[in-house]
Design a protein. Structure first.
Lengths: 359, 271
């Protein structure tokens, strides 16, 4: 029984005073500018692409980055009117809609809309009350990649991460949700609703002799892989493509027989975006084959939600050979949204595991 | 002690900017966090928050929190002790045996780490620790990185204390027949205690809250209360728990200060 509820106004005044203290707040968007919020190095900030976009529309794209999805949501909550386009993993879009952080998108302005894969485009993670709140952009998988110079034979099971021959040579991402979901796949459980959390915990604790160190960004992953710290490391499919192409690392991505974590990302327009027209134009450009084919071919990318764009990739592109294989897609479990309580429970379990790993 | 009115005005005028700045940048955000730490959830996006003590209770009932608080304190003790053991002789040598230009040059070398970005410094350590030391991603790597970062505080504060010692006291001690070692333990060391204590607090407090160096250098051994608090803010969206854990850490530091205060008073009183 709550003694008294906290007024929203009190919170807002506290938050406002805290925000006012952040003395170097970004200035209001200048005319002809478009502010994008995304992970660093995740497509929207490719310089060649921004040059093309500026030539087409006269809009100069400026970036701000986040290091976790919670940070992205916090930035939207505390700086309304700052951002135009925001990248969002599908599982966060409805949270953002319910909190009034994003606005519905006029699909008539997205010229590539009809080429987007309907299963992604019209998913209920993006559509509410008949309105599209995010435009489906890319999708990919989370499992692991291996160093082809250190691991002779292509592994086909996730168990290789627990294999003693790679003791002290495994890379892992310091992330509660991803860790729990990978352990659920390894123990044959529904990763969105695992029945046996104890089994997951002991499976994760069994990583103690295996893990060399945790990574937290693509940049770190590349560094550790290049330095020979990892034989194998948990990774994302699009990033693996980039590490191979852009960083020239000898790595291959694996979709093990136990399955992989599937995710799809959308591009949203912030509720109080200073330039919603420009935002729609930018999103349209991002889902176009013109941008995507060059992104995947020159840099490396996740699979496009635009079927036409995927179709224009070279025949040997990983996004066609692996992610385009229906047998692979069948093994994928798709990430589902989480409640705050589940998130807290996951974090606690993962902190407990990490404490065990350290002792 | 009361200053004449004019002087009092001057004092207020001179100190007001600093106090206003501190109030605005330290006190207000801290109050906001203190308030959050008693809420069930952050009241945004239609979440209804009510007051609770549950987060503070969690600190005592859930082993991961108090155990990792201890890991943080343990790290603080190691780093502070090693910084003092290395820093004291260095400060002593600087104040007593090095003169003129050499002293300037050595000072420059000591404060050099302050001029580089902490993140860059930590990443440079990853290279040295990987090869040939083979210590990267271990507990000693965290200690080494942090000692390097905080050693200048120890040297500088102890040096200032040693500098202030009246040379004639040392001469008197020697002329009265004390050996060099006796002079050190009975004259120099007690007189330099204010510097040592200042160094302890300057190093211990930031070290127990550190999370960047452990994460980059420590691999699996990085888990402490600092990274756990960070996770509550960046991953779990549980600001209230993160805030409560931070205040528990603050309480522990204040408690240690309170225990050390009589000791401090005695030391300062005797000097």
């Amino acid at each position: 029984m709550p003694l008294l509820t906290v007024s929203r106004r009190l919170f807002m005044s506290l938050a406002a005073s805290a925000a006012a203290l952040a003395a170097f707040r970004p200035a209001a968007a200048a005319e002809g500018e478009l502010k994008v919020l995304n992970w660093q190095g995740y497509g929207t900030d490719e310089k060649w692409a921004l040059d093309i976009f500026e030539k087409k529309t006269g809009l100069k794209v400026v970036h701000d980055y986040f290091n976790s999805e919670q940070e992205m949501l916090t930035k939207l909550r505390t700086s309304p009117g700052t951002y135009d386009v925001v990248l969002m993993n599908n599982i966060y879009v409805m949270d953002a809609v319910n909190e009034g952080l994003v606005q519905p998108i006029d699909t008539g302005k997205i010229t590539n809309f009809n080429d987007l894969t309907p299963a992604l485009r019209d998913s209920d993670r993006f559509v509410k009350d008949g309105k599209h709140w995010a435009i489906s952009w890319v999708w990919g998988l989370t499992s692991f990649a291996y160093n082809t110079k250190k691991v002779a034979e292509r592994p086909d099971s996730i168990e290789v991460l627990w294999d003693k021959t790679h003791a002290g040579k495994v890379g892992w991402r310091d992330d509660a949700l991803e860790s729990i979901q990978l352990a659920a796949l390894a123990t044959g459980q529904d990763m969105n609703n695992p029945a046996d959390l104890d089994k997951i915990k002991s499976k994760l604790e069994a990583l103690k002799p295996q893990i060399r160190t945790f990574w937290s960004s693509e940049d770190e992953w590349n560094k550790y892989m290049a330095a020979g710290d990892y034989d194998l490391a948990v990774y994302w499919s699009g990033s693996a493509a980039r590490s191979k192409k852009a960083m020239k690392l000898p790595v291959e991505f694996v979709v093990p027989k136990e399955g992989a974590i599937g995710w799809f990302d959308g591009l949203t327009i912030a509720a109080k975006a200073p330039n919603p027209e420009g935002a729609a134009k930018f999103i349209d450009f991002m889902v176009s084959p013109e941008f995507y084919v060059r992104w995947d071919t020159d840099v490396g990318a996740p699979a496009s939600a635009n079927a036409k764009a995927n179709g224009e990739l070279p025949a040997d592109a990983m996004n066609r050979t692996i992610l385009g294989d229906p047998e692979v897609v069948k093994r994928v479990q798709w990430m589902a949204p989480l409640s705050d309580e589940q998130r807290q429970k996951n974090q606690e379990l993962w902190d407990e595991v990490k404490t065990k790993l350290a002792q | 002690m009361a200053a004449p009115p004019r002087q009092r005005l001057e004092i207020i005028a001179l100190t007001a900017p600093a106090y206003l700045w501190l109030t605005a940048t330290v006190f207000l955000p801290l109050m906001a966090m203190a308030y959050f730490s008693f809420l069930t959830t952050v009241p945004v996006g239609g979440r209804i928050a009510s007051f609770t003590l549950a987060h503070y209770v969690s600190f005592f009932t859930k082993p991961i929190y108090w155990f990792n608080a201890w890991r943080s304190i343990e790290l603080g003790i190691y780093v502070t002790a090693i910084s003092l053991l290395v820093g004291y002789p260095a400060a002593l040598a600087l104040s007593r045996y090095v003169r003129g230009r050499w002293r300037e040059a050595i000072f420059l070398l000591i404060i050099l780490p302050f001029w580089s970005n902490a993140l860059v410094r930590t990443f440079s350590w990853t290279m040295v620790l990987r090869e040939p030391l083979n210590l990267l991603f271990t507990y000693p790597a965290i200690v080494i990185g942090l000692v390097h970062a905080y050693l200048p505080y120890a040297i500088l504060t102890i040096y200032i204390s040693l500098q202030a010692i009246d040379e004639s006291l040392i001469e008197a001690s020697r002329s009265l027949g004390a050996t060099a070692l006796q002079t050190f333990f009975r004259v120099i060391l007690p007189l330099s205690m204010p510097g040592v204590l200042a160094a302890i607090f300057l190093i211990f407090v930031p070290v127990i809250g550190s999370f960047m160096e452990p994460r980059i250098l420590g691999g699996k051994d990085a888990i402490m209360l600092g990274p756990i608090i960070e996770g509550q803010f960046t991953a779990a969206f549980n600001w209230p728990l993160g805030a409560a854990l931070s205040f528990m850490m603050l309480a522990i530091v204040l408690l240690m200060l309170a225990i050390a205060a009589p000791l401090l008073k005695r030391q300062l009183g005797s000097s």
